[in-house]
Design a protein around this ligand. Structure first.
Ligand SMILES: Nc1nc2c(c(=O)[nH]1)N[C@H]1C(S)=C(S)[C@@H](COP(=O)(O)OP(=O)(O)OC[C@H]3O[C@@H](n4cnc5c(N)ncnc54)[C@H](O)[C@@H]3O)O[C@H]1N2
Ligand code: MOO
Length: 526
């Protein structure tokens, strides 16, 4: 029997929802066998007017909640369903676990789901799915790039440098080069007097030999004169004509950059798989290198599937939405040094999706799709892959959001089908797509950076593994994660710098308990 309280809460949620837009004429019968408390949500994007329909967060059937009064596993209520399943499934839906009695001749575009002709693996644990894909990755070919072009690439091999950097001992300050032992046992009252032999500016090659009781004036960056083993700052001495007085002991090596201090000749300066960052480019230039061997750049195709999608700049018709995933994913790719190749919007049509997948496979190194990865009648990424001759690897992973994830492979290239839901697409991108790309780019560290943090506030576990967007903050030296409330997923993502991994279960995780999380490195680490 369905729990009475559950039923009551479903009804309450249902009353908040506008279901009037559903057309109940010309109907077949469906039978409710089971209901769950899946509810509607509305997504509001600031500054954009939303068409006057509620979005469904599930593939299913829009119904009037009151009609389920008294329904139970053993006592079914029958429901009319419009012949236009598309409008019903896509406009709004309340209960996810409805069983349908399709008449024999129903033209169901998702028949392949019923027949289950393929043997794809379903619902893999996130880690297993990721590992499976990482095993299939082929790293891209290499190239030599000038330092100006190498930012964001990764080193193809260990780079050892044959010269010391710097190649000579040099002064770190403006001052006087001396012999440190001349300054032993001196004090404020008993200074040592040293004769100034001359001065050396940076880049000049004057030859001076410093011996006991003598000194040479040196500027910051100047080569250390022979014999000297320390430099005293000019403001710490008293100059009298050709002599200086030193009042405090100067330790051997003081204020000197030793030859090889940056890079010692023969040392591996940068190891294979290191990301080339601005400071490393500086270091390579300091060592006199013009170009370096790096992994090639990657092109990643983005195919956004969904007949409800509209390009920016076009008018939004009722029930349609702008293709925000395209912009979200392009930016996420650019952020990790990948060239996004937008393939545009493709309607929910398996043949069209298959054709564009084939083009994308020819033009790029990796193909990412969004939408159509779930269980709905118009979720056609799996059949499109089959039509395009793509070998199916698995479909579905054990995290929410992000469970709708379809993976395939053709000709050594991967096709990763993400959910259309921006939050789910983001989560899957961070936890799976990014590591795959990092492996293709030759990165040493490819997995999301895992941390243990203290949870701020209580959190009720759910029956599925949840990946929650959160904000990391340091309070009195303790790393704390506050789970962000999802009133609009893209608004939430804008504040997110952490994904918290909540295992499935029934109890609570209490405020102050330790949770596992992954760092999200957007531009908002503060
Ligand atoms: N009966 C069930 N229905 C659904 C389930 C379920 O378990 N049973 N899971 C829900 C979950 S969770 C998710 S996530 C979605 C995944 O659906 P798909 O991957 O097939 O994606 P779509 O249905 O095409 O789109 C989902 C959602 O996202 C919007 N969307 C799609 N593309 C874009 C885009 N390019 N930019 C912005 N927004 C986009 C789309 O309009 C939908 O609202 O399935 C649930 N259903
Ligand atoms: O939000 Mo859904 O698959 O991505 O759980």
């Amino acid at each position: 029997m369905i729990d009475k309280n559950l039923m009551a809460s479903i009804k309450e949620e249902a009353q908040k929802v506008v279901l009037n837009s559903v057309n109940y004429q010309s109907c077949e019968n469906i039978v409710i066998k089971e209901v769950s408390n899946q509810v509607f949500y509305k997504e509001n994007v600031p500054g954009i007017s939303i068409p006057p329909v509620d979005n469904s967060s599930m593939d299913g059937y829009a119904i009037i909640a009151n009609d389920t009064n008294g329904a139970s596993i053993n006592k079914f209520n029958t429901f009319p369903i419009s012949k236009d399943k598309r409008s019903i499934a896509k406009i709004s839906e309340l209960y996810s676990k409805v069983r349908i009695n399709y008449p024999e001749n129903t033209n169901n575009p998702k028949d392949y789901h019923v027949n289950q002709t393929h043997a794809w693996r379903r619902k893999l644990p996130l880690e297993e799915a990721r590992e499976l894909l990482l095993q299939k990755v082929i790293t891209t070919p290499c190239e030599r790039l000038s330092l100006n072009e190498a930012l964001g690439r990764t080193m193809l091999e260990d780079l050892s440098i044959q010269e010391n950097v710097p190649s000579f001992d040099r002064s770190k300050v403006d001052g006087y080069a001396l012999l440190s032992r001349d300054t032993e046992n001196i004090s404020e009252n008993v200074p040592v007097s040293l004769m100034v032999l001359g001065k050396v500016a940076p880049g000049r090659n004057h030859y001076f030999q410093v011996s006991s009781q003598t000194t040479v004036k040196v500027m910051t960056g100047a080569p250390l004169p022979a014999g000297a083993d320390a430099v005293v700052k000019c403001e710490d001495v008293f100059r009298e004509g050709q002599y200086i007085k030193v009042y405090h002991q100067v330790m051997k090596g003081a204020n000197i950059d030793k030859a090889g201090q940056g890079i010692t000749a023969g040392e591996t300066a940068i190891s294979k798989g290191t990301l080339i960052t601005p400071p490393l480019l500086g270091l390579l230039a300091e060592a006199g290198l013009n170009d370096i061997p790096v992994y090639s750049a990657l092109k990643v195709a983005i195919i956004c599937t969904g007949s409800e999608l509209t390009e920016l700049g076009q008018t939004l018709d009722t029930g349609r939405i702008y293709n925000s995933n395209q912009y979200l994913l392009s930016a996420l790719l650019r952020k990790i040094g990948v060239e996004p190749v937008p393939m545009g919007i493709v309607p929910d049509d398996a043949a069209k999706i298959a054709t564009i997948m084939q083009t994308a496979l020819e033009k790029t190194d990796l193909v990412v799709t969004t939408g159509g990865a779930s269980a709905g009648d118009f979720d056609l990424v799996e059949p499109a892959m089959a039509m395009a001759g793509i070998e199916g690897l698995f479909s579905g992973i054990d995290i929410r959001p992000g469970k709708s994830f379809v993976a395939g492979k053709k000709g050594g290239k991967l096709i990763l089908g993400l959910s259309g839901h921006p939050g789910a697409a983001f989560t899957a991108f961070e936890l799976i797509v990014k590591p795959v790309i990092k492996k293709m780019l030759g990165y040493k560290d490819i997995l999301p950076r895992q941390v243990e943090v203290v949870l701020s506030g209580d959190y009720k576990k759910a029956d599925a593994r949840r990946i929650k967007t959160a904000k990391l903050s340091i309070e009195e030296g303790i790393a704390k994660a506050s789970i962000l409330t999802e009133h609009s997923i893209l608004r939430t993502l804008a504040d997110c710098n952490l994904l918290v991994d909540i295992p499935p279960g029934s109890g609570m995780i209490a405020d102050g308990e330790i949770v596992t999380a992954y760092i999200v490195d957007l531009f908002n680490m503060n």
